[in-house]
Design a protein around this ligand. Structure first.
Ligand SMILES: [Zn+2]
Length: 79
C-alpha cells in the first residue's frame, strides 16, 4: 500500500506480509520523512501518533487498513 493510502502525502510503496507490517513501515516512513524536513508528512505523523492516544477512532482506522490490505491481496491473487 502507498503512503498516501495510509493517510500520508507521497506515493512511497510499503510492502509487508500483513497489515501490521505495512502500518509499522508507514510509521517509520513518516518519522523519517518529518526528520528529513518534509513538512508535508507532519499532519499524517500527528494523526498516527494521535491514534495510539485515541484507541476507539484509532482502532477504526486500523480495521480499515486491514480491510484495504486484505482487498489488495485478494485482487492480486485473482490476477
Ligand atoms: Zn510518504
Amino acid at each position: 500500500m502507498t503512503c498516501r493510502e495510509l493517510g500520508g502525502a507521497c506515493d512511497h510503496v510499503h510492502v509487508g506480509d500483513d497489515a501490521n507490517e505495512v502500518i509499522k513501515a508507514q510509521d517509520a516512513h513518516l518519522r523519517d520523512a518529518v526528520a528529513a524536513g518534509r513538512s508535508d508528512h507532519e499532519p499524517a505523523l500527528r494523526d498516527m501518533k494521535g491514534r495510539w492516544r485515541r484507541p476507539v477512532s484509532g482502532m477504526k482506522w486500523y480495521r480499515q487498513v486491514q480491510r484495504d490490505f486484505a482487498a489488495r491481496l485478494g485482487a492480486e491473487a485473482e490476477r
